[in-house]
Structures are given as structure tokens and as C-alpha cells.
Design a protein around this ligand. Structure first.
Ligand SMILES: [Zn+2]
Ligand SMILES: [Zn+2]
Ligand SMILES: [Zn+2]
Length: 361
């Protein structure tokens, strides 16, 4: 079965052959810490290839462990392939496949134990893998799990967990930063409405009343939500990008200086005019989205956050449950529909919903 894949910039476009499956099998979503920190997503989603990729041109290899290499696009940062060395098998990131090639019928959750709070699996009804492991490591070929390589240590300056700092880092440790609690400066920023709260097809994104929508729960948390737009999908390789919307004034580098986009391994891809996506050029993690029109509120990849409560960082973030951004543009429509249904069924978020009700009709 031949399929066509492409990342956002197109550099890695090629044909691939998916391993045929006899009956519809669930899409394995891996929520483990390695998958989150190498991608910036809250889960990875890969499918098995029948044969080796035709080319690795334009791809950068990240040797995650002795057993696993991940390849991502050196220009736009999209994760594309994984090689499982012991089995000499290759996987392809599911977000790069065309809609005709792949629609999820059901999901199986892997690595949930790593999330502490369930991560996005709480919103996605599915089965839980019997083995506590990274799916990418097992690849469903065997349940023998190789020991995980030790993560690079956190910068000592930000190593001590403090309640007023939320630390973030990618898998290779090249990108490290921290977020502070909302404060007086957090409402200085100006921004149009995001599609997450005001869908592009329903109303203008103009925000004449200057609602500080990124501040939630009486200005104690930041808004977070899932995005299914084609750009996020093709720049990451995965069907769901989770963003937290954080004022630039609340993001700091490990030396406590204000955020700038020259952090050691951070690389920029201008995905459209004056729209910037930043990723780690060593491990491929998606890190930030920002744009000229909205310079003071930054989209931060939730997969990199290291909150005490777990992957969803709920002591810091209020999750939007009303919508997945750009759900209409989703390639894997059934997966996004499942996620939207799961979000809407999510309970215990009354304050969040009430706040969303104040948005313009
Ligand atoms: Zn690319
Ligand atoms: Zn994993
Ligand atoms: Zn990295």
C-alpha cells in the first residue's frame, strides 16, 4: 500500500508503504515522557512501514537511545520517521499521511503511567495498553522494553522545583525555559481571539473589547487547548498539537533573563509571512508558535511542560473543552471528532466553561 507523505515545508515529501493490517487496528498513541519531550506534543502517533524509507534527505537524525532513532525535517522541524534498530523496522508519523490514507477507527493508549494525570488520554476514549512502556520502543513487535536512556540533566539554575515556576525542556535538553504565574504584566499584551475560542468560520477574530482571553480562572492560569490545523500537523508530524497561551513577559530563560528566540538549539521556520514556528534542531521538539500580529502572547508546546500534577499541567493551565482549533481542517477527522467529544464530556471544569460563555457570540 503506497502512500504519500510530506512535512509542512515539503522537503521530506516522498512515497512510503504502510505495513498492511488485516483488520482495523487501533492507532497507538504514546503519552510517554520520551515521546512528549522529543515532539512537544502530548502524544506521539506512528504507523509501521513495510520497508525502509526511500530517502533521508533533508532529515536530521536524533539518536534517542541505543535502540531508537527519530528523524525530523531540518527545515520545518516535523517528525517523520523512527527506526527501531533491534528489529530494523521503520515507523512514520501519522500526521503526515493524507486523509485518504488514514482515518483512525479507535485508539490504544501507551505510556499513560508517565503522565500522572492521564494527559490527553483523559479526553480520548480508547483501550489502555497492557504493558507500561513507550509504544515506539516496543513497536508492537515484542514487549521487551529496552532501558530508557537517562534524560539530560536540567540546568541546575532551574532544577529546583518551585511552585511559582513551571519548567519546560525538550528531550535533548537544548531547550530549557520556565514560566511564571500570571501577574500584573500578563494582561498588558494585546491579541485577537484565537480560533480555539472564536472559530474562524463563525466570527471575526477582532477583539475590540480587549478581552485578556489567555488568562483564565480569575487570572491564576493560562488557557490551553488542542489544535488540528494543517500547519501544526505538518510542522509536527502529529494530528494533535496542544498549545498553552502564555504572555512573553511570563517566560524566562534558565538564567532568568526574558525569553528571546536565540536559545541554544532553537530554530525558526517562518510557516507563512510573519508567522514563526520554533523547534529544537537537535531532537526535533516543537517549542513555540508566535507571530508579528500577536508578539506578546506565545503558544507554548504543552508536551514540554514539567508540572508536578502531570502532563496536562492543570495547576497552571485551564483546558478549553468547547472546541479543537481548526477541527474542520483536520486530516484524521475521526480522531479529532473523538477528541472533541471527549473534551465536551470532560467534567469538573465548570469555571472554565463559564468563562468561555463570556466570549462574543
Ligand atoms: Zn519540512
Ligand atoms: Zn513513547
Ligand atoms: Zn531538543
Amino acid at each position: 500500500m503506497t502512500n504519500y507523505i510530506s512535512c509542512l515545508c515539503g522537503c521530506t515529501a516522498q512515497e512510503v508503504s504502510l505495513q498492511p493490517v488485516e483488520s482495523p487496528s487501533p492507532l497507538p498513541l504514546c503519552h510517554c515522557v520520551s515521546c512528549r519531550l522529543t515532539t512537544g506534543m502530548l502524544f506521539s502517533a506512528y504507523l509501521i512501514l513495510q520497508s525502509s524509507p526511500k530517502t533521508f534527505d533533508s532529515l536530521i537524525e536524533y539518536q534517542q537511545s541505543d535502540h531508537i532513532s527519530r528523524w525530523f525535517c531540518g527545515k520545518c522541524g516535523a517528525h517523520v520517521f523512527v527506526r527501531l534498530k533491534p528489529q530494523n523496522k521503520y515507523l512514520v508519523a501519522s500526521g503526515l499521511l493524507t486523509a485518504e490514507a488514514f482515518q483512525t477507527e479507535s485508539v490504544q493508549h501507551w505510556g499513560i503511567d508517565d503522565t500522572r494525570d492521564g494527559g490527553l488520554s483523559s479526553f480520548l476514549p480508547g483501550t489502555k495498553a497492557a504493558v507500561a512502556a513507550c509504544w515506539v520502543e516496543t513497536g508492537q513487535f515484542s514487549h521487551q522494553v529496552s532501558p530508557q536512556r537517562q534524560l539530560a540533566p536540567l540546568n541546575p539554575a532551574i532544577d529546583s522545583e518551585k511552585d511559582n515556576q513551571l519548567h519546560a525542556r525538550c528531550h535533548c535538553g537544548g531547550i530549557q525555559f520556565f514560566v511564571t504565574r500570571p501577574n500584573a504584566l500578563s494582561s498588558n499584551a494585546l491579541s485577537p481571539w484565537p480560533d480555539l475560542l472564536v472559530p474562524y468560520h463563525s466570527a471575526s477574530s477582532d477583539n475590540p473589547e480587549d478581552v485578556k482571553w489567555w488568562l483564565q480562572a480569575e487570572n491564576t492560569k493560562y488557557l490551553a487547548g488542542a489544535c488540528a490545523c494543517a500547519s501544526c500537523r505538518l510542522a509536527s508530524g502529529f494530528p494533535v498539537q496542544s498549545w498553552a497561551f502564555i504572555p512573553k513577559s511570563n517566560i524566562f530563560k534558565p538564567d532568568h533573563s526574558p525569553l528571546s528566540f536565540d536559545i541554544s538549539t532553537l530554530q525558526r521556520y517562518e510557516s507563512s509571512l510573519a508567522v514563526y514556528r520554533e523547534f529544537c534542531n537537535r531532537c526535533g521538539a516543537t517549542v513555540f508558535w508566535h507571530c508579528k500580529e500577536r508578539p506578546d502572547v506565545i503558544d507554548v508546546s504543552v508536551g514540554l511542560l514539567r508540572a508536578k500534577s502531570g502532563a496536562r499541567a492543570e495547576e497552571w493551565l485551564e483546558w478549553a473543552t468547547g472546541r479543537v482549533s481548526f477541527a474542520e481542517d483536520a486530516s484524521d477527522k475521526t480522531l479529532i471528532r473523538m477528541l472533541e467529544t471527549g473534551l465536551q464530556m470532560w467534567e469538573g471544569k465548570e469555571s472554565c466553561r463559564a468563562e468561555f460563555c463570556s466570549r462574543p457570540a
